[in-house]
Structure formats: C-alpha cells, structure tokens
Design a protein. Structure first.
Length: 363
C-alpha cells in the first residue's frame, strides 16, 4: 500500500497540516522541521498526487483566532468581524475558526492550542505573557504552525509578528488628556483594565507612569485590582470611589465602561467632578451617549475588528508566499495601528449613526 501524507506526518513527528505545508512548499515551517518531513518522504517513498497538490494549493486556509473569555465586548466585536470577512468575496479561500479560552485558567490556553494546531494553517493569538503561554506557543511553532500575537504582544520574541496598538503610547495619551481635563489638579488617578495579565495593560501602565514622571506630577496613579469572582466589576469601581474622595480622574477602563457610565449618569451630583478617559474596543450607544452628555470626557477607540482583519490579511499573505528560507531568515516585524481620540465635538458621523441604529434596534 502506498504511504499516505498522514504516514509521513507520523514518521516525522509533525502535524498533518505541517506535512502538507512542506509538501506544497508553503512558508511558516522551520528548516529543521522541513528537513524531517522530507527525510520521511524519502524513507517512506511517498509520492504526492499532482491533482491533490493542485487542490491543496488552491484550497482554503484554516485560520484560528484564539481570544480570552471574560471580555465580552472584545469577543463580540471579533465575532462580528469574522462574519463580515466570511461574506467578503476577497476571503473566500479562508475558513475562520474562533477559539475562546478561560483566561483565569492557565491550562485552558495550552489545552486549546494543543487541540487545534493539527487542524489549522495559522493562529492569531491574544494571550497574557506568561511562562505557560510562551511554552504552549513554542510547542505549536515547533510543529510548524505560525502564531502571530494580536491586541497584546508577547515580550520574549517567540512570536514573529505582533499586530495591534502601541499601548505605551495609549497610556501616555490618556494621561495627557486627563492632565488637560483636570487643569493640573492634584489627586488620585484610578487606572483599571479588564485584562491585567496582558502585556497591553502593563505597557499602558508604563506609559501612564512615564508621563506623570516626565511632568513631575504630584498625582498618585492607583491600580485597582481585577476581581474575577465579582459579577459587578463596575460596582467595585464605584465602591472605591465612594471610599476615596480624592480620586479626580479615571483612565483605561475595561468593558465595565458601559455600566460605570450608566451609574455616573444617574449620580451626576456625586460623581460629576470626575474626568474619565475610556479605552474601548467596541463603540456602543451607551458609551457614545455618555460622551455626548459629558458623563465621560474622551474615548480612545481601538478597533478590534480592524486588528483582526489586518492580522488575517498579513497571516494569509505570509502563508501564501512560497518561501524556502528558514524561520530565522524570515522577517520579524510588528504592524502598529493608529488609534482614534474622540471628544464630544469630533465624534465621526459613523459613530453618531451607530448610536441611532442601536437606538432603533432597542426600540
């Protein structure tokens, strides 16, 4: 019986997808791995079916977007993005798969990556920069599956590409806006993020701290711990505000911005003095309305769907390159997107229209 591609993959100790990439001369495979596969081809006497090769080269690429649970706004935004992409004729050669792991359980990400890597051509990953993450990613890359980080970078260089935003710059920008809005007032500035394990949060925090140091500010930057066992994170924020009357501003809030903005709107006499810069990945009617009604003062908008689309295009382009260079010779780069700063007076027409559309849907 003639050997099959699955026999080659098993002999070489790689996934079927990796063996297929080597046979079809696609990029994203280490030279050492490529050599192991070709050695298996020689020893087993495997001969690719020319028709199968042509079909494989014209077939769909399977891309997995791996994102954490606990951030419903991010997850829903990406889900909408995937639906849009699948309808786009320019991406008919792509099959997308969304994988959601439990960010509170380190083993969850490892288990998901281990399950999917044999069935996909590439992975776009948003994950905390931990030892467990780096080990899991290294194992997947060793099998020949390219992994690019999105939204939040991995610091050790194990991932060749990062597609997302400069969160250090976002942190500095948030502090600069609050410095203007508070007119130099001295007090506590509360900073918070849904995903504090992410490098993105640490980068923002570093940017915030650096700005205050550069300005020789006497304001105190306070990190509010994330409590995953709480069903009402916005309530935790409000409790802190009630217990600390010297808080003058808030920056870099997570998806609790919606609930907090609603709470402040109902208690303007108590919290109306606060200056708020909200970082959001999903423009909702309640957040837009909060800005228009001056319950929050500025929005730093990070378009999650734009990141996903950009990362997908970059990964597909890299996969389709017939590149015989080893991984060390391939380009290592980041693709940094520009974020938007929205104030009450410069909200774009699409945001205003979105607010009206959502209002009609709610009605």
């Amino acid at each position: 019986m003639k050997p099959k591609l699955s026999d080659v993959a098993k002999f070489a100790g790689v996934s079927l997808a990796t063996a297929d990439r080597v046979i079809n001369k696609r990029s994203g495979v280490r030279e050492a791995t490529r050599e192991k596969v070709m050695e298996a081809v020689t020893k087993l006497g495997y001969e690719p079916d020319p028709v199968a090769v042509r079909l494989a080269r014209s077939g769909k690429k399977i891309i997995a977007l791996v994102v954490p649970s606990g951030g419903s706004r991010l997850t829903k935004s990406i889900e909408r993005c995937l639906a849009e992409i699948q309808k786009n004729s320019d991406h008919t050669r792509v099959q997308l798969r969304m994988v959601i792991y439990d960010i509170t359980c380190p083993q969850s990400l490892s288990d998901h990556l281990n399950q999917i890597h044999q069935d996909v051509d590439g992975i776009l990953l948003a994950a905390p920069d931990t030892l467990e993450t780096r080990q899991s990613v290294a194992a997947v890359i060793e099998k020949g599956v390219p992994v690019y980080s999105i939204f939040s970078r991995l610091q050790d260089g194990s991932v060749k590409r990062y597609i997302g935003y400069d969160h250090y710059k976002i942190g500095r920008t948030a502090m600069h806006l609050l410095n203007i809005l508070t007119n130099g007032k001295i007090g506590k500035i509360l900073t918070h993020s849904t995903f504090q394990q992410m490098t993105a949060y640490q980068d923002r925090l570093e940017g915030q701290t650096a700005y205050l140091n550069d300005q020789q500010s006497r304001c105190e930057l306070v990190q509010l711990p994330r409590k995953y066992d709480s069903k009402d994170q916005a309530r935790i924020l409000v409790d802190y505000l009630d217990q600390n009357q010297d808080v003058i501003a808030l920056a870099c809030l997570g998806y609790e911005t919606r609930e907090l903005a609603s709470y402040i709107a109902r208690n303007t006499q108590k919290y109306g003095h606060l200056k708020i810069v909200a970082v959001t990945m999903d423009m909702q009617k309640c957040i837009i309305d909060a800005l228009l009604q001056e319950h929050i003062d500025a929005i730093l908008y990070l378009d999650a769907s734009r990141v996903a689309k950009c990362a997908l295009s970059i990964l597909i382009e890299d996969l389709e390159k017939n590149n015989d260079q080893d991984d060390e010779a391939q380009q290592t780069s980041s693709h940094i997107l520009d974020f938007n700063i929205f104030l009450k007076d410069n909200l774009p027409q699409w945001a205003l229209a979105l607010s009206k559309e959502q209002e009609q849907e709610d009605a």
